[in-house]
Write a protein that binds this ligand. Structure first.
Ligand code: URA
Length: 436
C-alpha cells in the first residue's frame, strides 16, 4: 500500500477501506507517513467528505492508536461529559459535582484552553494546589471513593488524534464535520466511560456556526458512540453569547460556586440541569427527565453538590476552603466597565470576540506554552434581549495591566450590539439527540 495512492483515491472522490485507514493512521502515528502527505489527505477529506463507514473506521483506528483506559475497576456506570467548546463554558465545574452528589460515577478527562475558548483544567487550577496529573490508578480509586475525578489527557491516549489535530490546526482543516466527530469520539472512546453526554455548541462562539451543521455533527457522534456500545446523548446548545455572565478562569469558578449555592445565572443553571438529567438517565439513576431535574435541584438546595465540589478539590490537592470562601480566589487589580452609549436592547454579543478580549487580558493562550493569568476576564451584567439605559454598565473587565485593559475594552465595546427595537431572548437548549 502507498500513501500516494490513498491520497489520489480520496482526492478523486473514492471511499477508503478499513484496511487503508488502518494503514494510514498506523503509519502516521509511528512517523512513517510524513506530515506533508497527511496534510494533503486532510485537505482531500475536507473537500470530499467521509462516508459513515469511513468516519467510524477513522474513529476506531485513532481510539486504538494508544492506551485504552480500563475503568472496569470502578463499580457502576461511569459517565463522561464533553463540550465542543465555548466562551464562559464553566459547565463541568458545577455539573460534575451536582451529578456526583446524585450518585453518578463521574470519570472525566479534561483539557486546557487554547485560542478563544477556555479549558476546565485551567479553571480548576484557580484553587491553590489543585492538579490533574494523577495516575490512572489514583483516578480509578478516587472515583470509587468519592464518585468524581478529573484528569488531564494522558500522553498515550489517542496519540494519532493528538498529532492529527495539531496538523489540522495549521492546515485549515479543523472545521470538517466528520474529522471533528472522529477526533472527539476517538478520545471519548479511549477514555473508557460507559456513557457519554455531549454538549454540542452552535452560534458565533462555536465551531458550528449554523444549527443544521451542529445537528449533523451531533448525529454523527451519537451514531459513533452508540455503535461502539456507549450510551451517547448529544444536546445542542446556544453559543451565540457567552454562557452565564462570567468569562475568565477564576471568575468562572466563582460563578460555578454561586450556582451550587443556588444563586447561579438562569441560562447556566438550565444547561447544568439539562446535561445533568441526561447523565442521570444514562447512569440509570433516574427514570425520567423530570425526576432527574428534581434530584439535581435537591443537591443544590441541601448543599450536597457544593460539599462534593469541596471534597473533589481537596482530593486533588486543592485548597477546599476556597469553595466556601471564593473571595480567596485569584483577583485582578484593575476593573473597568463597558457602558451603553444609548438606550435600547442588547441585540447581540459576538461570542468569539468576547473570548478574544479575555485572551488579550491574559486569560487565555495563543500558543500551548503561554502562561495564563487566572484572575482576569469579563463579567457581563446583561444578556441578549435585556433592556439597557444610556450610561449603564453592560460588562466589567478585570485586568492586571492598564494597556491590555484599554485594548480589550475597545474591542469589547465593538462586540456588543444595541438596538432600539425589542430583541427576542435566545433559546439555550435547541435539541436533544439520543439516536442518529
Ligand atoms: N475538538 C476536538 O477534540 N477535535 C476537533 O477536531 C475539534 C474540536
Amino acid at each position: 500500500m502507498r500513501m500516494y495512492d490513498l491520497i489520489k483515491k480520496k482526492r478523486d472522490g473514492g471511499a477508503l477501506t478499513d484496511k487503508e485507514i488502518a494503514y494510514m493512521i498506523g503509519g502516521y502515528t509511528n512517523g512513517q507517513i510524513p506530515d506533508y502527505q497527511m496534510s494533503a489527505m486532510m485537505m482531500a477529506m475536507y473537500y470530499q467528505g467521509l462516508s459513515e463507514a469511513e468516519t467510524l473506521s477513522l474513529t476506531m483506528e485513532m481510539a486504538h492508536s494508544g492506551e485504552l483506559l480500563d475503568l472496569s475497576a470502578i463499580q457502576g456506570i461511569k459517565v463522561d461529559k464533553h463540550s465542543t467548546g465555548g466562551v464562559g463554558d464553566k459547565t463541568s465545574l458545577a455539573l460534575t459535582p451536582m451529578v456526583a452528589a446524585c450518585g453518578v460515577k463521574v470519570a472525566k478527562m479534561s483539557g486546557r484552553g487554547l485560542g478563544h475558548t477556555g479549558g476546565t483544567i485551567d479553571k480548576l487550577e484557580s484553587f491553590t494546589g489543585f492538579h490533574t496529573d494523577i495516575t490512572t490508578e489514583q483516578f480509578v480509586s478516587q472515583v470509587n471513593r468519592i464518585g468524581i475525578a478529573i484528569m488531564g489527557q494522558t500522553a498515550d491516549l489517542a496519540p494519532a488524534d493528538k498529532k492529527l489535530y495539531a496538523l489540522r490546526d495549521v492546515t485549515a482543516t479543523v472545521d470538517q464535520m466528520s474529522l471533528i466527530a472522529s477526533s472527539i469520539m476517538s478520545k471519548k472512546l479511549a477514555a473508557g466511560a460507559d456513557a457519554i453526554v455531549l454538549d454540542v455548541k452552535t452560534g458565533s462562539g462555536a465551531f458550528m456556526k449554523r444549527e443544521a451543521d451542529a445537528e449533523a455533527l451531533a448525529r454523527e457522534m451519537v451514531r459513533i458512540g452508540n455503535g461502539a456500545g456507549r450510551r451517547t446523548t448529544a444536546v445542542i446548545t446556544d453559543m451565540d453569547q457567552p454562557l452565564g455572565f462570567a468569562v475568565g478562569n477564576a471568575l468562572e469558578v466563582q460563578e460555578a460556586i454561586e450556582t451550587l449555592k443556588g444563586n447561579g445565572p438562569e441560562d447556566f443553571l438550565e444547561l447544568c440541569l439539562t446535561l445533568g438529567s441526561h447523565m442521570l438517565l444514562a447512569a440509570d439513576e433516574a427514570d425520567t427527565v423530570e425526576q432527574a431535574r428534581e434530584r439535581l435541584l435537591a443537591v443544590i438546595k441541601n448543599q450536597a453538590a457544593l460539599q462534593k465540589l469541596a471534597e473533589f478539590v481537596a482530593a486533588q490537592g486543592g485548597d477546599a476552603d476556597m469553595v466556601y470562601h471564593p473571595e480567596r480566589l485569584p483577583k485582578a487589580s484593575l476593573t473597568e466597565s463597558v457602558c451603553a452609549d444609548k438606550d435600547g436592547y442588547i441585540a447581540g454579543i459576538i461570542c468569539d470576540e468576547v473570548g478574544i478580549c479575555s485572551l488579550m487580558l491574559g486569560g487565555g493562550r495563543e500558543t500551548k506554552e503561554d502562561v495564563i493569568d487566572l484572575s482576569v476576564g469579563i463579567v457581563f451584567r446583561k444578556k441578549k434581549g435585556d433592556v439597557v439605559r444610556q450610561g449603564e454598565a453592560i460588562a466589567t473587565l478585570h485586568a492586571n495591566d492598564a494597556e491590555k485593559l484599554a485594548a480589550a475594552k475597545e474591542r469589547l465595546t465593538r462586540a456588543v450590539k444595541i438596538e432600539e427595537k425589542p430583541v427576542a431572548k435566545a433559546a439555550l437548549i435547541k435539541q436533544v439527540i439520543t439516536e442518529a
